[in-house]
Design a protein around this ligand. Structure first.
Ligand code: BEZ
Length: 233
């Protein structure tokens, strides 16, 4: 089998590429400086799961943009297939209350699989010829911050994609960690104390804003309003 690129990892710079898209040429991540980006792949145009996902991305595009996040899609189909599929979605598909959905974010033509291979979107045990459903969260410095891969047959959870983006921005803005299932308004985790003495003092200093479950596990309040005031930054 042909040699594969390594899987891009959290903390690494997003691999660079130039590509033709439904919105013209892009230079990635250069064109997205100072913005968050969700770079995602889908297996194939004119397929049902992908259509349901694209309609949902289209419906939520403004919500992501309001978080200073641009969407960039990719499949290993060509430009004319992309254009015809997006036109069909807009003109013909009504699904779960969504209709007349116009996709105005770029969809990359990757017939050469150049980008798909760089981002390990081709996972041959799943498919040799189609990209899996990859999602890369890339920050305004062009660094990969989270990666989710889904198989071909399972559509993504968009609530979770938005939660991850909001979570990453909250981690950056407030220098905290976030517990399981965190949502804005929930308590956040105070970074682990660097010394036993600090941990001990913290345990003793608990007040109505901070709660410690043990020396290594303390949470504090962070209001939804405070989180929302920093989102998109
Ligand atoms: C779909 O989007 O429906 C799909 C695409 C490739 C394989 C399986 C499902």
């Amino acid at each position: 089998m042909e040699e594969m690129n390594a899987m891009p990892r959290i903390g690494e710079k997003a691999p660079e590429f130039e590509a033709v898209t439904t919105q013209g040429k892009i230079k990635f991540p250069h064109d997205y400086k100072n913005k968050w980006v969700i770079l995602f792949s889908h297996p194939s145009d004119f397929t049902p799961v992908c259509t349901s996902e694209f309609m949902t991305f289209g419906k939520m595009q403004k919500e992501f943009e309001d978080l200073n996040c641009q969407l960039v899609g990719l499949s290993v189909d060509g430009l004319y297939s992309h254009i015809a599929w997006l036109r069909t979605i807009k003109d013909k598909i009504r699904y779960r209350g969504m209709e007349n959905i116009e996709i105005t974010f770029p969809l990359i033509d990757d017939v050469t699989m150049n980008v798909a291979k760089k981002y390990r979107m081709i996972q041959p045990e799943e498919s040799q010829t189609a990209a899996v459903r990859a999602v890369f969260f890339i920050d305004p410095e062009g660094v990969i911050r989270a990666v989710i891969y889904y198989p071909l047959a399972l559509g993504r959870n968009f609530d979770e994609l938005k939660r991850v983006l909001i979570g990453l921005q909250t981690v950056d803005n407030f220098k905290v960690a976030l517990p399981a299932d965190w949502r804005p308004g929930d308590e956040v985790i105070v970074p682990t104390a660097s010394t036993a003495q600090i941990a001990k003092e913290r345990m003793e200093k608990q007040d109505e804003n901070m709660q410690c479950y043990d020396w290594f596990f303390c949470t504090k309040k962070l209001s939804k309003e405070d989180v929302e005031s920093k989102l998109g930054k």
